[in-house]
Design a binder for this molecule. Structure first.
Ligand code: ADP
Ligand code: MG
Length: 703
């Protein structure tokens, strides 16, 4: 939510300390969570809305389903293992089934988890051999009072705030009610009545009241829609202004018509570029020759060969005397690009130099790399987020490439861009967004699509395999390894259970290495390893010093080892379709037939079942994405990071596509008519905009 700018100085009457019911102690607690004014407190919205229809009786809860459970603690059992503490808390809701709420290594929770207490838990339920269970995690539960319980039973909707010991739910509800009565006029409406009427939106003050205290779900939804509209409207205003601004830009560089290095490289490639690759290269080259900076998204399924397309374009820029930079989301991927591009550079000669910039360089390496970037000695800079740090200065940056675009934020991209003077920008992604959505979220981006896989690729044989056939899978791997091929065994790292899973991967690794694949080289790679360890594991795998790589999802994006032909995915039911498709794309990159085994326990949810079936049925990323849309709606196509980055707290793309379109239309209409938002009517929008984007606008307009 965007805070309205303060129109008056923060008068004493608005100091939280002096507001009835707050006082100095709570005021300082509020300050700690960033709330210092009544406006901020009014706009501090519930993290959850709990009501009868949102609560699932334990007896009806399904595996994997994220829901609200409301019950009481009937039993607490403490299991002590050497070096470990496990609290088994039984939650009962009189629905005929109970739930085990398990707390690992939080012995102090013993004091809090008392039998008889009423609790609301908001998390995904897991169905295990012992019945339903949820892992205890901070922030996913709230104890409730008998009064709250009674209110919920009466069918009321209760907002739950991010509370602390001092700042309780009752405190928030009471103080916000009071502020609504006394200070609501502090909240400024930025939208004209025209707009809210046209789109059937609440005025802001009404939306605020209803989002805190909805009488029914219809009001709650209408209030949410208004908040969503505001978020998207702001974002679209930003894109509209950016578009207008960029359209007027003229870059001062000019590139050579032909790049001799690119021509030479094409001749030396061990394969022929596909038609789709050639077309994309031509489209990019045409952009590069234009006066306005390039802004293009290159979309192509996993394995379609985007990396080489990017290099061809960067060579044109480099041949013309400018630098190019490519940013990848993981160190492993950055290192892989660095190695590959380095090899290509050797082949074409000409003494071109590439440098690597990641967070795990030593101080000395980093100094040298930075110096080479600054002096211009490095013509290609490959890196991770480390590329956008302040210390990185280019001599003359001509082009940036952002690999796996969907893993980055809009503003990370802008920061990299600001290191040059309107550099040409190519973004790459394997996530097949529907075109309309691309245009809506990325403003004025041009699109190239690689819709053709390199010749000779065989479809990856994909098989859903249940636990009991695990030994067959191991046997299969042993045979493939004996034939000189390599395998991945992948473990999911889902946030909440990350530590547990990491442990599973590590324990299994030891077992696989010493027993199952005894005599073979088994390696391990995961996100907690240092950059150096990861790189050496990847290098060993590439160089076939490792036959079987036990990995977490750190290998999800981009990793390219064409001799790897078998992938086993553990706990497949925990992965979403998009991620499974990305993971599977790590095999099937060469001419040999590849195999992907999707292991699950015997019991999976119906959604997981659908996902497994799709994976078995098709290798085509677009088909997978379409099925994904059907199963869970388009919302998550953009991934969580996308939402975080854009500060879209309330939007759910699966429901809010229409709001997105309305917000876009209104924003572009306003910016077209009044680019600077200078008119009397738009002044309020302008102050909201400045509050939200002043720094980001600087990024766009400074360079
Ligand atoms: P992605 O689009 O997923 O980033 P990569 O660029 O990593 O795919 O390419 C996957 C593999 O295919 C690499 O080993 C690359 O060398 C190879 N490759 C790229 N283009 C072709 C082609 N036209 N013919 C055969 N192999 C190709
Ligand atoms: Mg790639």
């Amino acid at each position: 939510m965007f805070l309205p700018p303060l129109s008056t100085k923060n008068m004493e009457s608005n100091d939280l300390r002096y507001i009835k019911g707050i006082g100095p102690v709570r005021a300082s607690s509020l300050k700690r969570i960033g709330l210092t004014t009544p406006e901020q407190l009014l706009l501090f919205f519930p993290k959850w809305h709990v009501h009868k229809a949102a609560i699932t009786p334990i007896a009806l809860a399904k595996n994997g389903e994220k829901t609200f459970i409301k019950g009481f603690i009937s039993e607490v059992e403490e299991l002590r293992r050497p070096g470990r503490s496990i609290l088994k808390v039984i939650v009962d809701d009189n629905s005929g089934a109970t739930l085990t709420w398990t707390w690992f290594n939080r012995p102090y929770m013993r004091e809090i988890l008392k039998a008889g207490r009423q609790v609301v838990i908001h998390d995904a339920v897991e169905s295990t051999r012992w019945g339903l269970q949820i892992n205890g995690t901070a922030g996913t539960y709230e104890f409730i009072s008998p009064e709250e319980d009674a209110a919920l039973e009466r069918g009321e909707i209760l907002g739950f705030y991010k509370s602390t010991k001092i700042l309780t739910q009752e405190f928030f509800r009471e103080i916000i009610r009071q502020l609504i009565n006394t200070k609501l006029t502090l909240i400024v409406e930025m939208l004209s009545p025209d707009i809210t009427m046209r789109h059937d939106l609440y005025r802001i003050r009404e939306a605020l009241i209803k989002f805190h205290f909805p009488e029914n779900t219809a009001e709650l939804e209408k209030a949410r829609r208004r908040l969503v509209f505001d978020e998207l409207f702001m974002l679209q205003l930003f894109l509209a202004r950016r578009k207008l601004f960029l359209a007027k830009k003229i870059k001062t560089r000019s590139y050579k018509e032909e790049s001799s290095s690119a021509l030479e490289l094409e001749k030396k490639l061990p394969f022929e570029l596909t038609g789709a690759q050639k077309r994309s290269i031509a489209e990019i080259n045409a952009d590069l020759m234009r006066k306005a900076p390039m802004n293009r998204l290159l979309q192509g399924d996993v394995g379609s060969g985007k990396t080489i397309v990017a290099l061809m374009a960067m060579l044109k820029v480099i041949d013309s005397g400018y630098q190019a930079a490519i940013m990848a989301p993981t160190e492993i991927l950055a290192e892989q690009h660095y190695r590959n591009y380095g090899k290509y550079f050797e082949q074409i000669g000409g003494g071109k130099k590439a440098v690597l910039l990641t967070g795990s360089l030593t101080a000395k390496e980093k100094r040298e790399a930075l110096a080479a970037v600054k002096s211009g000695e490095a013509s290609l800079v490959v890196g991770t987020h480390a590329l956008i740090q302040d210390a990185v200065e280019f001599k003359e940056l001509g082009m940036i490439v952002i690999d796996e675009r969907h893993k980055f934020g809009v503003f990370q991209r802008l920061t990299l861009e600001s290191k040059g003077v309107f550099p040409d920008c190519l973004m790459m992604t394997a996530t097949p967004f529907p075109r309309a959505l691309v245009l809506t979220l990325y403003g004025d981006t041009e699109l190239s699509v690689i819709d053709e896989l390199p010749k000779g690729r065989l479809p990856i044989y994909t098989k859903w395999t249940q636990e009991k056939r695990r030994q067959d899978v191991y046997e299969f791997i042993r045979n493939k390894v004996a034939a000189g091929e390599q395998a991945f065994i992948v473990y999911p790292l889902v946030e909440e259970s990350e530590k547990l899973m990491l442990k599973a991967a590590e324990t299994d690794y030891v077992y696989l290495k010493n027993e199952v694949f005894k005599g073979r080289n088994v390696g391990l790679i995961h996100g907690r390893m240092s950059g150096e360890e990861k790189e050496s594991a990847m290098r060993d795998f590439k160089e076939k010093k490792i036959d079987i790589l036990v990995a977490t999802t750190v290998i999800e994006v981009g990793i390219d080892v064409s001799n790897a032909t078998v992938m086993v995915i553990e706990h497949t039911e925990r992965f979403g379709l998009a991620q499974l498709h990305q993971l599977r794309g790590r095999v099937g990159r060469g001419a040999k037939k590849s195999f992907c085994f999707l292991l699950t326990s015997w019991n999976v949810t119906s959604d997981a079942f659908k996902r497994l079936k799709i994976m078995e049925k098709t290798n085509d990323g677009f088909e997978v994405a379409e099925a994904d849309l059907e199963i869970r709606g388009p919302g998550e196509l953009f991934g969580a990071s996308q939402h975080g980055e854009l500060d879209l707290k309330y939007m759910d793309l699966s429901r809010d596509r229409e709001i997105l379109i309305s917000a876009r239309q209104e924003a572009f209409r306003i910016i077209d008519a009044d680019p600077k938002l200078a008119s009397e009517e738009n002044k309020k929008i302008r102050s909201f905009f400045d509050e939200r984007f002043s720094k980001d606008m600087e990024l766009i307009t400074v360079s």
